[in-house]
Design a protein around this ligand. Sequence first.
Ligand SMILES: Cc1ncc(COP(=O)(O)O)c(C=O)c1O
Length: 381
Amino acid sequence: MDIKSLFNINPDVVYLNHGSFGACPKAVLNELVRLQKLLEWQPIEFLASDLEHRLAESRRYLGNYVGCDGDDLVLFPNPTTAINAVVKSLKLSPGDEILSTNHEYGAMNRTWKYFCGKNQTKFTAVDIPVPVSTEEDFIERIWSKVTDRTKILFISHITSQTALIFPMKKLCRRAKEKKIITIIDGAHAPGQIPLNIMVIDPDIYSGACHKWMCAPKGVSFLYVRKQLQDLIDPLVVSWGWESDMPGKSRYLDYHQWQGTRDMSVFLTIPFTIEYLKSLNWGSLTSISREQLLQFQERLCSKLDIKPMTTTPSKWQGQMVSFILADNTDPEIVKNFLFSKYRIEVPVFDWNGNIIIRISMQPYNTIEELYLFEQALSEFLN
Ligand SMILES: Cc1ncc(COP(=O)(O)O)c(C=O)c1O
C-alpha cells in the first residue's frame, strides 16, 4: 500500500519531520469537514444539545487509548495551552523550586520563566548529558537536585530537540513519596509509544493528538489526577465557572467550554483511533521504528555525527537526533537539504550543540532515509 497517498503531504517533499507538527490522513480531514458541516447544518442542536455527549465520547475513546478515565481528561487545542492552564494555577511561595531538565521545549521553558518571574520561584534545569546512559543515572541526576523547597517536577516524556524517551514511572513514584507534584509534558508520546498514564501515575500529564496520533491540528489533552483537579483554575473563565447548571465534574465545567469556538476537531478522536486501527498502524509504526534505529546505527558508523544514546532500543522511538560538528550553521544545513534534495528536517541549536532530527512514519521509506544519508554526507564533506 502507498501509505503516503493516504496523506495530503506534498509527494515531492521528503518529509522526515513528522515530529514538528504531525501529519493528518485525508480520511481524518474528511471526517473533520463532515463534523463541521453537521455543526453548520444545525448549530443549536450541535453546540447546545449534542456537544457534551459527543465530547464525552471523544474523551472516553482517548482515555482508553492513553490509559486513564476519560473524565480525567480535558481537551485542549495544544499542550502549550494545557500546560499554561496548570502553571498559571499553581500557588507556590517565593523560594519554592521547580525541578526540570535541560532538554525541555522552549515554549515550556518560557512559561516557567514567566511564572517564576511573577512568583519569585526558582526553575532548576538539571543537566542530563548526552549520550544518555542508564535509567538509574538519569533518576539519580534529577534526584540529587531535589531539596526541601522542590514542589514541582516538570519533565518531557519524549524530548523535543534531543528526541529521547525519558523513563517516568520510577521518578513519579519517588516524587509522590516526597509529595512533589509531577507534571509530564507528553506532547510527543501518544501514538509514538504505548502510553498508559495510570501505569506511570503522574499528577498531571499533557499530550498532543495532532502529532503522532495523526489527528487534525488542534487536538490535545490535559490529564489531572482526580484529587488535584480542583487546584486547576480555568485559563478562560466562562459559563462553567460558578455554573448555573453544574455538571458531574467541576474540572470539566471549568475547562471544557471556553466560549464559542469550533470544537469539531475534538470530535475526530474516535474516528482517528479507529482509522489507524483499520490500517494496522501499530504494526506499521513498529516497523518504521526498527528501520529508523537500524539506519541510525549505519549513519553513525559512516558519518562524523554523534547519537543521543548508545542503547537506542531503551531511549528512542520514531524520532532520532544527532549532534553535528560545533561550527555548523543550522540554517545552512537545513537550506542545503531542502533546496538540493527537498528533504524537510529540523536543525537546531540545543545548548550549544547543533542537532539534526529525523522522524520516521509509515509514510516514509528506507529510500528516503538513504537519500538523507547521501545528502548529509555530501554536506559534511
Ligand atoms: C516536548 C514538547 N512540548 C510541548 C510542545 C508544544 O506543542 P504545541 O505547540 O502543540 O503546544 C512541543 C511541540 O513540539 C514539544 O515538542
